[in-house]
Ligand binder design. Structure first.
Ligand code: SF4
Ligand code: SF4
Length: 225
């Protein structure tokens, strides 16, 4: 059976609607690429395909009105959980490549201990902006005070991720279901960024940051999929 056909039949956990939406968008993406089976398997495994359909989703839907987000406003880059964000293999590699030139320089943790190591501690701008993963591209807020409270570990309303983030996560879960166990892994954003700015080589950083398989499903649950 072709990989494209396996994707059409794959059944990740969670809601049928989210899986159907991700499957349709993934199938349209694959149809437009004309990739060999081998190249398609690589795109699915690395998360390139999932990230592309996520980015297409962000670009093709309007942002909510009344957003408070602006450059240098970085409470959302204070990584409050243990893990600091779920990213794919391609995103982990791109993040490491973008940050490696900053190895040994002061990083976001000089601003505040739990800040993402990708941050510039002076400007509070992301030093890996072009390579930032889907979680960073999707998160937004209509209330910066809520962001500050969440960064302090308090509950608050007014922030969230755009729907395309859920489509991306579910597309990656579909890829894993089609490719089989051990494929389409995820990684910790915090661990990759920390390793890069501390000069840890790419492959060692990826090894340290690789998640247990269950983490993708946990993140899908957190995103209510
Ligand atoms: S999500 Fe919150 S902290 Fe991040 S840029 Fe927007 S308003 Fe600022
Ligand atoms: S990668 Fe950049 S945008 Fe994402 S959390 Fe880190 S500093 Fe913020």
């Amino acid at each position: 059976m072709s990989l494209r056909r396996k994707l059409l039949k794959a059944k990740p956990k969670g809601s049928g609607a989210a899986a159907d939406r991700a499957r349709t968008q993934l199938d349209a993406y694959i149809g437009a690429q004309s990739l060999s089976e081998e190249a398609l398997a690589k795109e699915l495994h690395s998360g390139i395909a999932a990230a592309r359909i996520g980015q297409i989703g962000l670009a093709s839907t309007a942002e909510p009105s009344g957003l408070s987000c602006k450059a240098g406003c970085a409470f959302c880059c204070i990584l409050t959980g243990d893990d600091g964000g779920v990213i794919t293999g391609a995103e982990a590699r791109n993040l490491h490549v973008a940050l490696a030139p900053f190895a040994g320089e002061p990083d976001g943790r000089e601003w505040t201990a739990k800040a993402c190591p990708s941050l510039d501690p002076e400007t509070r701008m992301c030093r890996a902006y072009e390579a930032r993963p889907m979680i960073c591209r999707s998160y937004l807020s209509v209330d910066v005070t809520a962001c500050e409270q969440i960064a302090q570990g308090k509950a608050a309303q007014g922030t969230g991720v755009r729907a395309a983030y859920g489509t991306y996560l579910t597309a990656h879960a579909l890829a894993r279901a089609a490719l089989g166990p051990g494929h389409a892994p995820t990684y910790s954003l915090r661990t990759v960024a920390k390793a890069a700015v501390e000069g840890v080589p790419l492959e060692d950083a990826l090894k340290a940051a690789r998640h247990r398989p269950a983490e993708l499903e946990h993140e899908r649950k957190r995103a209510a999929l």
